[in-house]
Design a protein around this ligand. Structure first.
Ligand code: SF4
Ligand code: SF4
Length: 204
């Protein structure tokens, strides 16, 4: 059973990660628009070419832990989700029921995969800006790119062998994310936009 302190720390970490993901500007909404266009045109590219929230269903994939956490603040959280009708079946098991007009409707404690995953488009951007050196042909988790304490499964209540987590572990995690975020934010705007354009075009 997840404890309240662990969930608070998880939320601190996800906020730090969202601040990093904010650096990708409107990449996700452009990716979603592009996906909808390709769905309409009946194009079907590789699974990873499309908006991850439209082809994945992390709510059900992570149901046990996610539901246990979300019911703490709202028993009816699942019934309140918007549910997108894509008008056709998508590859994978999407769209995710938490996906709304403005993106994910879970305001905190999203599944770990959603919180830490960098898709191929994001990896292309990070590599183009020399912020990381990694493969770009399949999605990775943030801990594949930078050294981080392996505490998220314990904080989220999914660890097979929970470990002791200290405030210091959480600080080390958020500091490492902030350092990468700051390096990203310091990139010249034109270079960032070239990288973002390339990520959207080439990501698959
Ligand atoms: S596939 Fe990447 S760019 Fe597209 S919505 Fe998902 S995280 Fe954003
Ligand atoms: S929970 Fe949110 S971020 Fe994760 S797949 Fe669903 S809509 Fe996307």
């Amino acid at each position: 059973m997840t404890n309240s302190q662990h969930l608070k720390w998880f939320n601190q970490i996800e906020k730090a990660l969202w601040s990093l993901f904010d650096q990708f500007e409107d990449l996700c909404s452009r990716c979603a628009v592009k996906t909808l266009h390709e769905v309409e045109q009946r194009q079907r590219k590789g699974r990873a070419a499309w908006c991850c929230c439209m082809i994945d269903n992390q709510v059900h994939d992570s149901w046990e832990a996610l539901n246990a956490i979300q019911v703490r603040s709202d028993r009816d959280w699942y019934e309140k989700l918007p549910r997108q009708d894509m008008g056709r079946s998508m590859p994978g098991n999407g769209p995710c029921p938490a996906l709304g007009e403005t993106g994910c409707q879970l305001k905190k404690h999203r599944p770990i995969t959603c919180t830490t995953q960098l898709c191929t488009k994001m990896l292309i951007v990070l590599n183009a800006l020399d912020l990381v050196m990694s493969p770009v042909h399949h999605a990775l988790q943030i801990e594949d790119l930078i050294e981080l304490p392996g505490i998220l499964p314990t904080l989220y209540g999914t660890a097979r062998k929970p470990r002791t987590v200290s405030r210091d572990d959480v600080r080390r995690y958020t500091d490492a994310i902030k350092a990468l975020r700051d390096r990203f934010a310091a990139q010249p705007i034109a270079k960032r936009h070239r990288a973002l354009k390339r990520g959207l075009q080439e990501g698959r």
